[in-house]
Design a binder for this molecule. Structure first.
Ligand code: HEC
Ligand code: HEC
Length: 361
């Protein structure tokens, strides 16, 4: 090979940096990169190192990847997440794959960007349990590799690093955790008739029509996020808050009349989790509403729903087929579907066609 002129090399490096995110994969749009957190190779590498580093936790046992495991499409296979000292959280770990496309984060939408999301689990007492960021920042300054990466990624001295830099680096790494190009994508967007078998093809039609699934798990002309980034009540978990629900309503009315109480305190922390979006907005109509999750790689991310209460895709389909769980806030788009046994099978076959090649065993 001939040697390239230095000028050529530097433009090659430049264009490589700006295309850290290669072209959007089949089935997904391009990722939006925020103005104030441009992507670079070194920032992405720093974020990756942080994502896998257990030293980022209160007792050195937990990293992001402890719960968001690469081999399970960034989930953990548990009903609800387990953090430091074996403590169990109230919620199932959702995939962090394709989170770059979300416009609200967490199942109740309490964060509005990957940057703000990343600091959530670090500070959460039962996840990473980082009480004080000082030791963590010290680690980044004294670990030679981190110090070097921070200088390069942010053009600052290591002693100027803040937790916001940690968040920016992790968010940058997450913007590269993209997966599409599934059999479904090849069938719908590359017109490869053979990419899906007949059962999965019928399943896609049910998903879009009789099952009403695409009403929330969106599929558009050019791409499919399988989420609309909105919040709905399917009734999952309502049975848990039902017994004391009248007490809650009484407390809610007192609060509305000006008493300084939080009506959710009728319940313990775990049950408060069942209020979903309400915890963020305080709107009574948001009780039990959760964000529509993506369905990409769904075959790998069992158990399902915000509380991990559904063990298999067959169970999920049954749940929708019966019209969800009745409760005062059930979304009108959830109703009995009257699917035949074959239609249920087809729907599951379709859901199984949403696995990206990088996760195929
Ligand atoms: C102890 C397990 C655990 C650890 C550690 C953990 N997460 Fe999570 N993650 C969860 C759970 C559970 C949720 C859902 C919580 C909720 O919505 O209230 C979540 C939600 C998320 C989401 C939002 C997904 C969505 O659908 O909106 C992203 C992104 C994410 N985590 C990334 C990270 C990053 C980055 C780290 C490390 C800084 C991390 N997680 C550490 C369990 C964990
Ligand atoms: C009204 C909006 C809406 C409709 C219609 C809908 N979903 Fe959902 N879906 C959601 C929401 C919201 C959740 C999360 C609920 C929770 O965690 O409590 C969800 C969760 C799921 C999950 C579990 C995802 C995970 O990672 O845990 C699967 C699978 C699923 N839906 C498939 C379907 C199928 C199949 C249909 C059609 C039969 C359908 N959905 C119809 C909004 C909807």
């Amino acid at each position: 090979m001939k040697k390239l002129a230095p000028l050529l090399i530097s433009t090659a490096i430049l264009s490589f940096t700006s295309s850290v995110l290669a072209k959007a994969p089949l089935g997904l749009p391009e990722v939006n990169i925020p103005q104030n957190n441009q992507l670079s190779q070194v920032k992405k590498a720093l974020g990756k190192r942080l994502f896998f580093d257990k030293r980022l936790s209160g007792d050195g046992t937990i990293s992001c990847a402890s719960c968001h495991k690469p081999e399970l499409a960034l989930t953990d296979g548990l009903t609800t997440a387990v953090g430091i000292k074996g403590q169990t959280g109230a919620r199932n770990t959702p995939t962090a794959m394709n989170a770059a496309y979300y416009t609200s984060f967490f199942v109740d939408g309490r964060a509005d960007s990957l940057e703000t999301q990343a600091l959530g689990p670090l500070g959460n007492p039962i996840e990473h349990g980082v009480k004080d960021f000082q030791p963590l920042l010290k680690l980044l300054q004294t670990d030679k590799k981190y110090a070097w990466m921070i200088k390069r990624a942010f053009n600052i001295q290591p002693n100027q690093v803040t937790k916001e830099h940690i968040a920016k680096a992790i968010a940058s790494y997450e913007r590269t955790l993209i997966s599409a190009n599934t059999p479904f994508d090849r069938y719908l967007y590359a017109e490869d008739e053979k990419a899906l078998n007949d059962s999965a093809k019928r399943g896609l039609r049910i998903f879009q029509r009789k099952g009403n699934c695409a009403n929330c798990h969106e599929i558009t002309l050019n791409h499919a996020l399988f989420t609309d980034n909105r919040f709905y009540n399917l009734g999952v978990g309502f049975d848990k808050i039902k017994p004391k629900f009248m007490d809650f309503i009484v407390a809610y009315k007192k609060a509305a009349a000006g008493e300084k109480i939080n009506p959710m305190n009728v319940y313990d922390n775990k049950l408060q989790s069942e209020f979903g979006r309400y915890a963020v907005t305080g709107n009574i109509s948001d009780i039990g509403r959760f964000k529509t999750p993506t369905l990409r790689n769904i075959a790998l991310t069992a158990p399902y729903m915000h509380d991990g209460s559904q063990k298999t895709l067959e169970e999920v389909v049954e749940y929708y087929n019966k019209g969800g769980e009745k409760n005062p806030f059930l979304d009108p788009a959830i109703f009995p579907l009257e699917l035949t046994d074959q239609e249920k099978k087809d729907l599951v076959a379709f859901l199984k066609s949403l696995t990206s090649p990088q996760f195929k065993k």
